[in-house]
Design a protein around this ligand. Structure first.
Ligand code: GLA
Ligand code: ZN
Length: 669
């Protein structure tokens, strides 16, 4: 059994190798002023650790680790395999990725290794082994950080050859493969494994990587394969580390969607703890990061590490505004509210050169501590020092689950038609937002999770239904569950071929509907849907629905299908299933969700409606902690039902008013 992370970490990426050694001592003093207790080191140091093949020099890393250890810092030790030294590209060009355009990359950038390169694997293995042997007995190391933000695909000949082996294992015979990919279309049937080529822009693509494709079964399989190949790299490093350091958790930092190339649900099993880098864009609605945190927490149904975030601004978004006064505190605590057990920054000291020199940091270029950003970091540090231990390990119970499925994500966005606007995440967010705004805790689950622990399972755009999933849904609803699905659901099996017999394929039974056709709504138009007494706009797609046992909850109110069903409700066994046939504007969907939430008997955390974001974490002793977040500039009143609680952050009775970006963590006295 591995140890957990011993403390509530407050720290982040620290790259002292970019600075003269005589500055390091002051860094630590400054970190202590802000109550930082941890640093992540060695994320990108391969070229210093191994300046020439087989020649290792750990002297600088030794000193960095010694200094941090002497200051009693918790160390997150990275393996440095995410950016390859120049000599590797020169000596072994196959370590470099070939992109979607078919071009082999050269030295430069990072995160650009080919996952099938034996040379990359051998050299990474050698480095990681040395790191594990050298540092495993340092008691300050609390986690191993493998590589960095895996992602991106390779389309080289080595990958092609390995892909063929992967396909042989999956399909056994060419007949099975031709059938799975439906290869009689356009004379695509293949007769020799060697005829399979990678689906890149020169081959199977219609558009940029990840968008429309010709043989979707091939493209989805390629993404599955690449995700598996990368996972092998992670496992290879993890195994070496565990030989020497069996007790310390090993993780790799996941990053934001749409990094859709890695199936995080599949990867989660091999992570000892999930870690996540969060950089919400300035114009993202606040439910978007909340959704991603809930996804990260649900990957293992356990707290996760907020491995990176910015203390002030990033440099790489088209516009990178500063976090407003108080906003940094609120955005970090939002992650904690949704299950983070650490608060870590990128980075602790701002770079003087390179592409990230204008990325915010705890110690900025000025080196001063009398700055707004530093004071805010220090203030949060003082608070976390006190409340972090009370929060750590607490859980986030939820009775609503939203299904997010990677194969579905991939295949949905590969669809060629019937509108070019098919994007998975915005459609999922439509539904997440409904529960977020009601302060109803929500897990973001995979299709393989246990549904029976939830009162309501919401599966928007469940386009791909793998064998067995339909029975699982049927069983869940039959035994009293509540299930919601939408247009573009139940359409294809695991290789992206249509289920014959009418849409929504294997979900016809549980939903009690048959969809005869689907209309694409033009971008500047809307179809009217009547919900109750009012008309609402519907966009994207309108399903033309025949209820077959289901009752009609809302009908179209324009177009040639006016008067026909747009939304239905079906009693099925002890439970209920709803089918929503179009993308309804927020207010219209809200009306439906009101009914669904009531039907499922789901309760919000507090009875009052409020613009405040509220979550609940429950400690091992059963103590309930309410996180109340004002995720905007306007002042808000604390709901009456939470008045009289104690605010752990101020250690005073809860203030009745929250100013812009204020946060309270409330418990009963
Ligand atoms: C990513 C990387 C970091 C850094 C940050 C900047 O998350 O992991 O190395 O580049 O972005 O925001
Ligand atoms: Zn490759």
């Amino acid at each position: 059994m591995k140890k957990g992370i011993p403390d509530f970490l407050y720290g982040g990426d620290y790259n002292p190798e970019q600075w003269p050694e005589d500055t390091w001592k002051d860094d630590l003093k400054v970190f202590k002023q802000a109550d930082l207790n941890s640093a992540t080191v060695n994320v990108f140091s391969w070229s210093l650790l191994e300046p020439r093949e087989g020649e290792f020099d750990f002297s600088m890393l030794d000193k960095i680790i010694e200094n941090l250890s002497a200051a009693n810092f918790d160390i997150v030790l990275a393996t440095s395999t995410a950016a390859m030294p120049a000599w590797m590209f020169k000596k072994y060009p196959d370590v470099a990725r070939v992109d979607y355009q078919g071009r082999r990359h050269v030295f430069g950038a990072r995160h650009n290794f080919c996952p099938s390169s034996e040379n990359y694997r051998r050299l990474a293995r050698q480095l990681v082994l040395k790191l594990a042997q050298r540092y495993h007995d340092n008691p300050h190391i609390v986690a191993w950080h493998v590589n960095n933000e895996y992602g991106g695909n390779c389309y080289c000949d080595n990958c092609a050859a390995t892909f063929r082996e992967w396909l042989k294992a999956r399909y056994q015979t060419l007949d099975a493969l031709n059938a799975a990919w439906n290869m009689n279309v356009w004379s695509h049937a293949i007769h020799d494994w060697d005829e399979i080529v990678v689906p890149n822009e020169l081959g199977d693509a219609w558009g940029p990587e990840g968008t429309e494709t010709i043989v979707a079964g091939l493209s989805v399989d390629y993404l599955r394969f690449q995700s598996d190949q990368m996972l092998e790299l992670f496992k290879l490093e993890k195994k070496l580390i565990e030989q020497y350091s069996p007790d310390i958790p090993v993780t790799t930092n996941f990053h934001s969607l749409p990094n859709k190339m890695i199936d995080y649900q599949k990867w989660a099993k091999d992570q000892d703890i999930i870690s996540y880098d969060s950089y919400p864009a300035y114009n993202m609605p606040t439910y978007h990061p909340a959704f991603l945190y809930d996804l990260m927490r649900t990957l293992k149904h356990r707290p996760f590490m907020l491995m990176e975030s910015t203390p002030s601004q990033v440099n790489w978004q088209p516009y990178s505004p500063l976090k407003r006064p108080g906003q940094m505190r609120a955005t970090e605590l939002q992650a904690v509210a949704h299950g983070a057990d650490t608060v870590q920054f990128f980075q602790l000291k701002q770079a003087l050169g390179g592409s990230e020199k204008f990325h915010g940091a705890v110690i900025a270029h000025s080196g001063r501590t009398d700055t707004r950003a530093f004071k805010e970091v220090a203030e949060l540090g003082h608070d976390l020092k006190r409340v972090g231990p009370m929060i750590q390990h607490s859980t986030t119970p939820a009775k609503v689950a939203l299904i997010f499925d990677w194969s579905n994500f991939w295949s949905f966005e590969y669809i060629d038609g019937i509108t070019q606007d098919l994007e998975y995440i915005p459609l999922i967010l439509d539904y997440y937002r409904q529960f977020y705004e009601r302060n109803i805790p929500t897990d973001v689950i995979s299709v393989d999770d246990d549904f029976s622990q939830y009162d309501l399972v919401v599966a928007p755009i469940l386009y791909m239904v793998k064998p067995g999933l339909d029975q699982k849904i049927n069983q869940y609803v039959k035994s009293g569950g509540h299930f919601v699905t939408t247009f573009m659901s139940g359409m294809v099996g695991p290789s992206d071929n249509i289920y014959p017999g009418g849409y929504p394929g294997p979900l016809k039974d549980v939903t009690g509907v048959w969809v005869e056709e689907s209309d694409a709504v033009l971008p500047d138009q809307a179809v009217k849907v009547k919900v109750g007494d009012s008309d609402y706009d519907a966009h994207l797609i309108c399903d033309l629905i025949h209820p077959q046992g289901a009752t009609v909850l809302a009908s179209y109110d324009s177009e040639f299908y006016a008067g026909t069903a747009a939304v239905t409700e079906n009693k099925y066994g002890q439970g209920t299933a709803w089918y929503i046939g179009s993308r309804l504007e927020h207010a219209g969907l809200s009306k439906l969700i009101d009914r669904i939430v009531k039907g499922a008997g789901v309760q919000p955390l507090i009875a009052e409606q409020t613009p405040l974001e509220i979550t609940k974490r429950v400690t091992a002793e059963g103590r309930e902690l309410y996180f109340v977040l004002n995720m905007g500039n306007d002042t808000q009143q604390l709901p009456e039902s939470l008045q009289g609680y104690h605010d752990l952050l101020t250690d005073k009775p809860a203030a009745a008013q929250l100013n812009g970006w204020d946060v309270e963590i409330l418990a009963q006295n």
